[in-house]
Design a protein around this ligand. Structure first.
Ligand code: SAM
Length: 265
C-alpha cells in the first residue's frame, strides 16, 4: 500500500479503524447462508470482516491497480469474488445468479461521488435485499434520514421513505480514513418496506414529489400550479393543511394520496 497513489476521482478514502469495521458488521446483522455485495472494496479492509460474517462476498472495484493489493490482503480468504469493473455498469441480478443463499445484503463504504446513483441502481435491480448498510458523507446521510418538517427533508428523503425504512446507525469521524477526507461520515441502513404503498401511477408520484420541492421557499400552490389544485387542496384539507403549505411539511403518505388523487380521472 505504501506506494499506492490514492485517486480522489474514485473517492478513495480507506477505513483504518477496526472499531468502525466491527461496528459496521455488528449493525449489518448478517444471517447464516448469506451473500453480501460490497461496492468498492479498496484494499479489502471491510471485505475481510464481511468474509467472516457471510458465506459469500461479491465485491465490485473500479480500480485495477488494487488487484495485487487485494490478492495479498485476502490471500487466506476463499469466499470472496471481486469483479473489477464500474459497479454502475453491471447487471447485478445476472452477477448474483450463480450464488445460492438465503439472504442477500449490501454492505459498503461506498465511493461518495456516486451515492445516489448507487442507491438508484440497487432499487432498480429489484433484488429483495434483506438490508443495505452504507457509509456515506454525513450531510448526505442527514438528508436521507431527515424527519418531516426539518431543514434537510427533501425529495430524496421522500423517495427513500417510499421504498425503505431508513435509519441512521452511527457517525464516523474523518480521522478514521486514509487519506483523511474533508468531511465526516455516517453509516445508514435501508430495509425494504414490508408493507408496500399503493401508488396508482408511480411516474406521476415521482414527478409530483420532484415538482413540489422544486423551489424550496415556494408553497405547493406555486410549485404544483400545473396540476389540478382543487384535488390537491382536497387531500391537504384532510390533514388540516391548505395550498400555502411547503413540501417539507408533507410525509410520504400525503404525497402518495396527492398523486393518487391526481391520477384519477
Ligand atoms: N471499502 C474500502 C474501505 O472502506 O477502506 C474502500 C472505500 S473507498 C471510500 C471507495 C472505493 O470504491 C475505492 O476503492 C474506489 O476505487 C471504489 N470505486 C469508486 N468508484 C467505483 C465504481 N463506480 N464502481 C466500483 N468501485 C468504485
Amino acid at each position: 500500500m505504501e506506494n499506492f497513489k490514492f485517486k480522489k476521482s474514485f473517492g478513495q478514502n480507506f477505513l483504518n479503524d477496526s472499531h468502525i469495521l466491527e461496528n459496521i458488521i455488528k449493525e449489518s446483522h448478517i444471517k447464516e447462508n448469506s451473500l453480501v455485495i460490497e461496492i468498492g472494496p479498496g484494499s479489502g479492509a471491510l471485505t475481510k470482516y464481511l468474509a467472516k460474517a457471510a458465506s459469500q462476498v461479491l465485491a465490485y472495484e473500479i480500480d485495477n491497480r488494487l488487484e495485487d493489493i487485494l490478492d495479498d490482503n485476502l490471500i487466506d480468504i476463499h469466499n470472496v469474488d471481486i469483479i473489477f469493473d464500474d459497479f454502475l455498469n453491471r447487471n447485478i441480478k445476472e452477477d448474483i445468479e450463480k450464488y445460492q443463499y438465503d439472504n442477500v445484503y449490501v454492505v459498503a463504504n461506498i465511493p461518495y461521488y456516486i451515492t445516489t446513483p448507487i442507491i438508484i441502481k440497487l432499487i432498480e435491480s429489484k433484488i429483495n435485499f434483506t438490508s443495505i448498510t452504507l457509509m456515506m458523507q454525513k450531510e448526505v446521510g442527514d438528508r436521507f434520514t431527515a424527519s418531516v418538517g426539518s431543514r434537510d427533508y427533501s425529495s430524496i428523503t421522500v423517495f427513500l421513505n417510499y421504498y425503505f425504512d431508513v435509519k441512521k446507525l452511527f457517525l464516523v469521524s474523518r480521522n478514521s480514513f486514509t487519506p483523511k477526507p474533508n468531511v465526516d461520515s455516517v453509516v445508514i441502513s435501508l430495509i425494504g418496506k414490508k408493507e408496500k404503498y399503493h401508488v396508482v401511477d408511480e411516474e406521476l408520484f415521482f414527478k409530483v414529489v420532484r415538482d413540489a420541492f422544486q423551489f424550496k421557499r415556494k408553497n405547493l400552490r406555486n410549485n404544483l400550479k400545473k396540476y389540478d389544485l382543487d384535488k390537491i387542496s382536497n387531500v391537504l384539507s384532510q390533514y388540516h393543511y391548505d395550498l400555502t403549505v411547503r413540501a417539507e411539511k408533507l410525509s410520504v403518505d400525503i404525497f402518495i394520496e396527492i398523486a393518487n388523487s391526481l391520477a384519477k380521472k
